[in-house]
Design a protein. Sequence first.
Length: 134
Amino acid sequence: VISLIIIMSSFTLVGIKDYRNYTNDMEVRYTENAILSFIVNSKLHSIKSGCRGYIYYIDSEKKLKYLIGSNQIDCLSLPQGFSLNTIITHEGSNKIYIDKDGFTDDACTIQLNDRFGKHYDLTICVGSADVEIK
């Protein structure tokens, strides 16, 4: 009887671990695509408004914000347990500037960290509208 209980509990523990991994993987894919869409929508807004804006990552809040001047236009919150590494551009840390034509001045890689510490890269190309998941 005891061995049967041990066998049953081991299947349950394996199932819970697989579920957590599956849930994390789904949230990684969702978050990558959400960041990609956020950047593209920010570029489109800069084109439509004819204004230079920037995307700013606030580590303490785990949020990406798109601003024109001091006006917040859009915001994206990362899922609990997720974070981004510092985004380094020549304009400053955690800032990605977008000109009025929707182009960025800097190439950079945004590194997403999941709740298990695994890293995922999103790359922005200079002078283009290209953003891709690596």
